[in-house]
Design a protein around this ligand. Structure first.
Ligand SMILES: Nc1ncnc2c1ncn2[C@@H]1O[C@H](COP(=O)(O)OP(=O)(O)OP(=O)(O)O)[C@@H](O)[C@H]1O
Ligand SMILES: [Mg+2]
Length: 249
C-alpha cells in the first residue's frame, strides 16, 4: 500500500483577521496527482503556504511524511513552484543551468557547488524538463513556458518527492502547457512523485489529476476526477441559487 505523504486535519487559517481556510481535512498518498480548484480568493494559495509552513495555521494539524511543516527531516523532500514563478525579475543574470543548480544547494556542503553529484542532479533535471538547448542562456530570455519548466527543474534537482505547484500554467502558450502537463504526468507515473497542483484551468486539471478538490474556504468536493460535479451540481455545493428564477413572474 502507498504511504501517506500529507495529512491535514481540521486546518483553519486566518489572514488579516478574516477566516480564509476553515476546518480543512485532507490526506494525500504517495504517487497521487491531486488537483486543487476554486474561485479567486478561495484560499488555494493560502492552503499551500500553510502546508509549506510559510503561513501559520490558527488551528488544526499538518503532517508531511509524518513531520510538521518546516521540519528539517522533510525540507529536502518538498519542491515548491510558486504562483509567481513565471515572473522572475527580468534583470536576474542567471543561466538556466545555474538556476537549476540552486536546487541542489541545500543538501550537503553549501560550498561544494561544483561537486559531481550536484552536476549529475542538475543535468538530469534539465534533461527531464527538456531544457538542454537553452541551459546556457539567461533565464530572463526564456518564454513563460520555459521559465516555468526551469523552476520545475530546480524543484526536481532537489530530488523532492512531493511537488507543490501554484498556477503553473498561467501565462504560457498551449503547446508549453501540454508538454508541462505531460512532464508532470511522467513525474507522477514513472518517478513516483506526489503532485499537488492548484490551477484555474479546469480542463488541464481534469486531463492530468487523478483526484480533485474544490476548495472555497472549506472543501466542497473531494473525489476522483471522473466524479467531479458539473456546473449545476457545483453551484449547489457552493450554496449558489439559480438566479434566473428571480426574474420569473
Ligand atoms: N498577504 C495577505 N494578507 C492578508 N490577506 C491575504 C493575503 N493574501 C491573500 N489574502 C486573502 O486571503 C484570501 C485567500 O487568498 P488566496 O491567495 O489563498 O486565494 P487563491 O484561492 O489562491 O486565489 P487566486 O485564485 O486568485 O490565486 C483572500 O481573501 C485574500 O484577500
Ligand atoms: Mg492563488
Amino acid at each position: 500500500m502507498a504511504g501517506q505523504v500529507l495529512d491535514v486535519c481540521d486546518l483553519s487559517v486566518v489572514r488579516s483577521g478574516k477566516i480564509v481556510i476553515k476546518d480543512v481535512c485532507l490526506t494525500v498518498d504517495e504517487g497521487e496527482f491531486l488537483g486543487i480548484v476554486g474561485p479567486n480568493g478561495s484560499g488555494k494559495s493560502t492552503f499551500l503556504l500553510a502546508v509549506l509552513g510559510l503561513l501559520k495555521s490558527n488551528s488544526g494539524t499538518i503532517r508531511i511524511y509524518g513531520h510538521p511543516p518546516m521540519s528539517r527531516m522533510i525540507r529536502q523532500k518538498i519542491g515548491w513552484v510558486s504562483q509567481a514563478a513565471s515572473y522572475l525579475p527580468k534583470n536576474v543574470r542567471l543561466t538556466v543551468r545555474e538556476l537549476v543548480k540552486l536546487g541542489t544547494l541545500h543538501s550537503g556542503n553549501l560550498y561544494d557547488f561544483g561537486s559531481h553529484s550536484r552536476r549529475n542532479k542538475t543535468t538530469q533535471a534539465i534533461r527531464m524538463t527538456g531544457l538542454e538547448h537553452v541551459q546556457n542562456i539567461d533565464v530572463g530570455r526564456l518564454s513563460g513556458g520555459q521559465r516555468q519548466r526551469a523552476v520545475i527543474a530546480r524543484a526536481l534537482a532537489t530530488e523532492a518527492d512531493l511537488i507543490l505547484l501554484d498556477e503553473p500554467l498561467v501565462g504560457i502558450d498551449r503547446e508549453s502547457r501540454n508538454s508541462l502537463l505531460k512532464l508532470l504526468d511522467r513525474l507522477c507515473h514513472e518517478k513516483g512523485k506526489t503532485i499537488i497542483m492548484v490551477s484555474h484551468d479546469l480542463t488541464a486539471i481534469r486531463q492530468t489529476a487523478h483526484r480533485m478538490v474544490f476548495l472555497e474556504e472549506t472543501i466542497r468536493f473531494d473525489g476522483p476526477t471522473s466524479d467531479f460535479p458539473n456546473l449545476e451540481k457545483l453551484a449547489s455545493l457552493r450554496g449558489i441559487e439559480h438566479v434566473h428564477e428571480i426574474q420569473d413572474d
